[in-house]
Structure formats: structure tokens, C-alpha cells
Design a binder for this molecule. Structure first.
Ligand SMILES: NC(=O)C[C@H]([NH3+])C(=O)NS(=O)(=O)OC[C@H]1O[C@@H](n2cnc3c(N)ncnc32)[C@H](O)[C@@H]1O
Ligand SMILES: [Mg+2]
Length: 430
């Protein structure tokens, strides 16, 4: 590795020091006998100045390099309030690693074109900022999970059954059998709790969603937790403590990157426990009072959730959904058999569902009946049903869509911007 200094490491107080930088030509302009090159690396940008009177060969090379050329630049640090961050480098040497004559991304590029050249757009500081925020949110999640005693496990992605309904399964040939891409690691995490009690995983989950909405991907990163002995109330507390820590820690470590996307941090600062909690019944009442055409028993889609989020200035829970609109594994509410012990966490500002969670049905016979009621075959879930035969316990868990959480934190207009290479029904390349 060359002994370079990062752009963000060059400070006005280092004036007079000699420095070597390596990166890409981000911006370039010529003024009189000077060439100004703004160099970009993973830490940020720095202005470098090539003066014909100071270095003829370097000046001549600097005049020729194109945008996104990879270069090594050496020179002397000079404090200058007119330069970005109040500092620049008076360059006297440039080594062109690879010159670029015509970088394909221009200022007027369309969103679809930017997705077609996603492999080239990732280098943009604003796109890199999203990935830094996403990485920091998972760093924070790992910090919290470790200190709270959760074990990371690594579930399979090649599976034989649906968790969230057969309509969104991606099917593939597995030698002479049929396999599917995992929609959720949940069922495998439920097996892991009998040895580890509190487990989590971060896996890609796959949904053959035909819906082309701003919050659906066909491949997304899914942070899932499962815990023995916890009921719905317990797991909701885990959810709000985890999400609060993720948001506050990311605000602490990535405030500059977040402010590239949003100036108003109110809802992020409000993300502290306890989160508001409303029942599904109350949610229906609120929506009806706002003129939404919805009845008890209807599912809430993105539009209904968006309207509901107008009532809140932080993430909030909706709990106690009707059984018929929720998954087979959810435990029936003993106080109202029409409902299940499930709760979604919704993000404010129109973003809606970021977490789906529930207490699981732990009774063997009831679970068999739920499987049958859903038109599925108990024999396809024999291993999963075994978990209710050999020391079954009350247990709960949830799944957090990482892209959805990042999209809310950065107020992105589509979850596709929150993932390195988005996968949607119309996009599989690059
Ligand atoms: N371990 C569990 O209990 C998880 C449970 N089996 C599950 O998959 N619930 S979920 O379908 O609501 O998905 C969970 C979250 O996963 C996200 N999700 C769910 N589907 C998607 C798509 N298609 N694109 C992006 N994000 C998605 C969204 O935030 C959901 O709240
Ligand atoms: Mg859900």
C-alpha cells in the first residue's frame, strides 16, 4: 500500500508539510496559468493546485487528465479559506495511473441510466455516503446485540418451503428436487433458540414481488432476531432498544453523511424508547377518521401506512392484527381469537413498515391447524413442527428490512438507492 494521506486527513494546521495523495479526479478547472484538481478518495475531497510557474511537467500532465482519472499527487499543504475545508495542496508532482477521457456519467444523467451504470455510480461521494450509513447502522446493531447477549448464526439460503406465502417464492432446480431462495431465516432461527436462546442473523432474503413500489426489492438484507421465553411485549422492547441504538449511534458517527440527505433530524432524535404503540383497531379508526376507505379486517398497504405515519414524529408500533391477514406461524391472541400476537414497526415521514414481528404459535396441534387453514401441507413443515414436540417454549422474533430503515434515515425516495446493486422485477443487471 502506498504511504498516502487521506483527503480528509489534510488540515489547515498542517500548513507547510509535504503530502502524498492517491485518488480520482473529481472536479477540474483551469484559471489563467493554474489548474485546480479536486481529488476524491474514500474519505472526501481536497483541492490541489498546479501552477505553471511552480512545475511545468506536473502542470502539463494536470492539464490533460480527465474526470475520474486515477492519480497520485504530491505537494505542499497551504491553508486557504477559499478552498473546500479551508485547505489545499500546492502540487508539484502528479502520476497518472489511468487517464479517463470520457467518464460516462454526466450531470444530466437519468435515474435509470445511473442504475444501468451502478458499478460506476457507486464511487459518487453521495452514493458512497449511503453505503457508509448502512454499514454504520449494522456496526451499531452488532454492538448492541453483542452487549445484550445475542448469538449470531448463519442460516441457509437454499430452502424447501415458504415462510411468508408461496406467491413470492423464487423457485430453483436443486439437482433432482425443487428448492427456493429464502424469504426469511425465521424458521431456522426458531430451531437455533433451543440451544442458544437468543439468536440473530443478517441474510439476503428474496421475494418474487411483482409490486413495483418504492419499498420493495426482490433481494434485500434482512436482520432477524429470535428469542426463547419472550412474548410479544418482550420482543417489541428489544426492537425499540435495538433500532434506537442503531439510529442514535449512526447519528453520532455519520451525521455529515446523513445531512447530505436530510437537514431536519427531529424524527431521528425522537427515536428513543419507548416508541408509541397503537392497536390495529385504533389504526383503522384513525384511517377512517381521515377519510380512508378501509374496514376492520382489511390489510394496510403502503398508502394507508403513509397516512398513518402522519400522526407520529418517531417510529411506532401497530399491534394486534387480524389473524387472516397474517402468517401461519403467528400465535393466536388468547383474548381475541380473531387476532394474532403480531406487531409491525412503522417509520414516520411516510415510510411505513420497517419491521414485521410476532410471538410464534408454540402449540403443535394449533400450528398444524394454522398450516392446514393456510392451504399448506404439514408434511412440508415436519422439521419445523418437530420444534413443537420436543420441549416447545413461548418464543418471539422479528425481521427488520435494512434498506427500508436506511431509506427512512436518509429520506431516500426508493429503497433501491439503499443497496449496492438493487434487484427489482425489472432490474437484474449489473
Ligand atoms: N423473522 C421474522 O419474524 C420475519 C418474518 N418472517 C418476515 O419475513 N416478515 S416480513 O415479511 O414482514 O418482512 C420483515 C421485514 O422485511 C422487510 N421486507 C419485506 N419484504 C421486503 C421487500 N420485498 N423489499 C424490501 N424489504 C422487505 C420489511 O422491512 C419487513 O418489515
Ligand atoms: Mg410484514
Amino acid at each position: 500500500m502506498i504511504d498516502k494521506v487521506y483527503c480528509a486527513g489534510v488540515k489547515p494546521e498542517m500548513e507547510g508539510k509535504r503530502v502524498k495523495l492517491a485518488g480520482w479526479v473529481y472536479r477540474k478547472r483551469e484559471v489563467g496559468k493554474k489548474v485546480f484538481i479536486v481529488l476524491r478518495d474514500s474519505s472526501g475531497i481536497i483541492q490541489t493546485v498546479f501552477d505553471e510557474e511552480l512545475g511545468g511537467e506536473a502542470y502539463a500532465l494536470a492539464k490533460k487528465v480527465g474526470i475520474e482519472s486515477s492519480v497520485i499527487i504530491e505537494g505542499t499543504i497551504k491553508a486557504d479559506p477559499r478552498a473546500p475545508n479551508g485547505v489545499e495542496v500546492q502540487a508539484d508532482r502528479i502520476e497518472v495511473i489511468q487517464n479517463v477521457d470520457a467518464f460516462p456519467i454526466t450531470k444530466d444523467a437519468s435515474e435509470e441510466f445511473l442504475l444501468d451504470v451502478r458499478h460506476l455510480h457507486l464511487r459518487s461521494p453521495k452514493v458512497a455516503a449511503i453505503m457508509k450509513v448502512k454499514g454504520t447502522m449494522m456496526q451499531a446493531a452488532r454492538e448492541w446485540l453483542l452487549q445484550d447477549g445475542w448469538y449470531e448464526v448463519f442460516p441457509p439460503i437454499l430452502v424447501t418451503g415458504a415462510v411468508e406465502g408461496g406467491a413470492t417464492l423464487f423457485k430453483l432446480n436443486y439437482f433432482d428436487r425443487t428448492a427456493y431462495l429464502s424469504q426469511s431465516a425465521q424458521l431456522y432461527l426458531e430451531a437455533a433458540i433451543f440451544g442458544l436462546e437468543k439468536v440473530w442473523s443478517l441474510t439476503p432474503s428474496f421475494r418474487a414481488e411483482k409490486s413495483r413500489t418504492r419499498r420493495h426489492l426482490t433481494e434485500f438484507w434482512h436482520l432477524e432476531l429470535e428469542a426463547a421465553w419472550m412474548d410479544l411485549r418482550d420482543i417489541m422492547k428489544v426492537e425499540e432498544e435495538l433500532v434506537s441504538y442503531m439510529v442514535q449511534r449512526t447519528l453520532e458517527l455519520r451525521k455529515n453523511e446523513i445531512e447530505l440527505y436530510r437537514k431536519d433530524l427531529t424524527t431521528l432524535k425522537n427515536t428513543v424508547p419507548p416508541f408509541p404503540r397503537i392497536s390495529y383497531d385504533e389504526a383503522i379508526d384513525i384511517l377512517q377518521s381521515k377519510g380512508v376507505n378501509i374496514e376492520w379486517g382489511d390489510d394496510m398497504g403502503a398508502d394507508e401506512e403513509r397516512i398513518l405515519t402522519e400522526e407520529f414524529e418517531s417510529p411506532f408500533f401497530v399491534y394486534g392484527y387480524p389473524k387472516h391477514i397474517k402468517a401461519f406461524y403467528m400465535k393466536e391472541d388468547p383474548s381475541d381469537p380473531r387476532k394474532v400476537l403480531a406487531a409491525d414497526m412503522l417509520a414516520p415521514e411516510g415510510y411505513g413498515e420497517v419491521i414485521g414481528g410476532s410471538q410464534r404459535e408454540d402449540d403443535y396441534n394449533k400450528l398444524v391447524q394454522r398450516i392446514l387453514d393456510e392451504g399448506m401441507k404439514p408434511e412440508d413443515y415436519q422439521w419445523y413442527l418437530d420444534l413443537r414436540k420436543y420441549g416447545s417454549v413461548p418464543h418471539s422474533g422479528f425481521g427488520l428490512g435494512l434498506e427500508r430503515l436506511v431509506a427512512w434515515v436518509l429520506k431516500l425516495d426508493h429503497v433501491r438507492w439503499a443497496t449496492l446493486f438493487p434487484r427489482t422485477p425489472s432490474r437484474l443487471y449489473p
